[in-house]
Design a protein around this ligand. Structure first.
Ligand SMILES: Nc1nc2c(ncn2[C@@H]2O[C@H](COP(=O)(O)OP(=O)(O)OP(=O)(O)O)[C@@H](O)[C@H]2O)c(=O)[nH]1
Ligand SMILES: [Zn+2]
Length: 363
């Protein structure tokens, strides 16, 4: 059937469904599960799941499991057996570390050892891609294809989709126009759209950079708080403006504005991380307690956009050696790393020190 949704379309629907709290069906190797994101699970949906039979499984990342002292039997995910009397508050408390210190309760948490954890892993991957807490509730079901069809639910066959969840979507250049800027009247903005329905990314081109030579460039990850409202908790706003100013002065440059807010976890999760930082955890510990890695960004996107614009090499404005490595690994030569040290203040001093100590940022 030519109108049947492609895998990438099914995955986009699955992400949207999870954000709304709607169930989806994931299948692999003859096993299927009904999946709802923990963050958007309502009491009504929980009782619907219970009516279908149990037991329910709560999937969390191994990072979150470490904090909860729950045993994950493999590196994919920990699968917690949900007690039959647990309500949504119990589920949120496992998924969300906000009240960990106030209510160290929860345990002992019984986790599954037997069976495969790949459906749990993919459910978490989709919740992350939907910028939710990395956790989902699973109910194993028979014959997922028929169940999804009968109940009008999105079904994702993981045999084919697993690689697609990890792959980078192709990007298309949707529009470009002249935008005179304070730093240079010769500014242009290009909008790139991924074909998988994900976030758009932008390229600010200043002057007319020679495609045959290294271009002064910055890969800037979105930071609503730092870039737009002048937050003093990070150095993003001053870095953004200093990079544009340097490009204006140089007469040419490309700033990529990548919509990977909060090192790829989304603004809501970043605010959860900030709340944990107010409880005394540093930026890396806060991500881990939420169940994320320190940095969830996909740096392939930046390299891909530069290539699409015809560039092969850059002088990269950054203090982050991982950005340099990832550019090189993805086909963009970094001829020079140009340090970008601006915006240190009393509020972000500890944050910058943590990035230097734990994430390898150069001082
Ligand atoms: N999860 C999380 N993200 C944060 C926090 N503070 C800032 N961010 C995000 O961190 C990212 C910083 O992006 P960049 O400035 O491009 O990258 P960088 O890794 O600091 O590297 P350079 O600035 O190039 O040296 C942005 O997406 C911010 O939203 C935090 O405490 N937690
Ligand atoms: Zn920031």
């Amino acid at each position: 059937m030519p109108l049947t949704p492609t895998l990438s379309e099914r995955l986009a629907r699955a992400r949207a469904d999870l954000r709304m709290g709607a169930p989806i069906v994931l299948s692999k190797a003859g096993e299927s599960a009904l999946v709802i994101a923990s963050e958007t699970l309502t009491p009504a949906r929980l009782s619907d799941l219970r009516e279908l039979g149990g037991p329910l499984i709560l999937a969390i990342t191994t990072r979150r499991a470490e904090t909860l002292k729950a045993r994950a039997y493999d590196t994919n995910a920990a699968r917690i057996v949900v007690p039959s009397d647990a309500d949504t508050r119990w589920i949120y408390a496992v998924a969300d570390p906000e009240n960990d210190l106030r209510t160290p309760m929860k345990g002992p948490l019984k986790t599954l050892r037997e069976g495969a954890s790949c459906i749990a892993k993919s459910a978490i991957g989709l919740a992350k891609a939907a910028r939710l807490l990395p956790s989902a509730v699973l109910l194993p079901i028979e014959n997922g294809v028929a169940f999804a069809h009968e109940n009008d639910l999105t079904h994702v066959p993981l045999e084919d989709a697993e690689a697609e969840i990890d792959a980078m979507s192709p990007l298309t250049l949707v529009a470009s126009a002249r935008v005179p800027l304070e730093v240079s009247e010769a500014g242009r903005l290009h909008v790139f759209r991924p074909l998988d329905g994900g976030e758009e990314h932008y390229a600010v081109e200043i002057g007319r950079p020679d495609r045959g030579k290294p271009v002064l460039s910055r890969l800037h990850s979105a930071c609503f708080t730092g870039d737009l409202i002048g937050s003093l908790k990070c150095d993003c706003g001053p870095q953004l403006r200093a990079a544009l100013a340097a490009m204006g002065e140089n007469g040419a440059g490309v700033l990529l504005y990548l919509n990977q807010e909060g090192r790829g976890i989304g603004l809501a999760n970043k605010m959860r991380a900030y709340s944990l930082q107010d409880q005394g955890f540093d930026t890396v510990q806060a991500n881990h307690r939420l169940g994320f890695e320190d940095d969830e960004r996909d740096f392939r996107i930046g390299a891909e956009i530069l290539k699409r614009m015809g560039f092969q090499s850059v002088n990269l404005l950054t203090n982050n050696p991982v950005k340099v490595e990832m550019m090189q690994a993805n086909g963009i030569q970094v001829v020079e790393r140009v340090p970008l040290k601006v915006g240190e203040n009393a509020h972000n001093h500890a944050y910058l020190a943590t990035k230097a100590a734990k994430s390898g940022h150069l001082l």
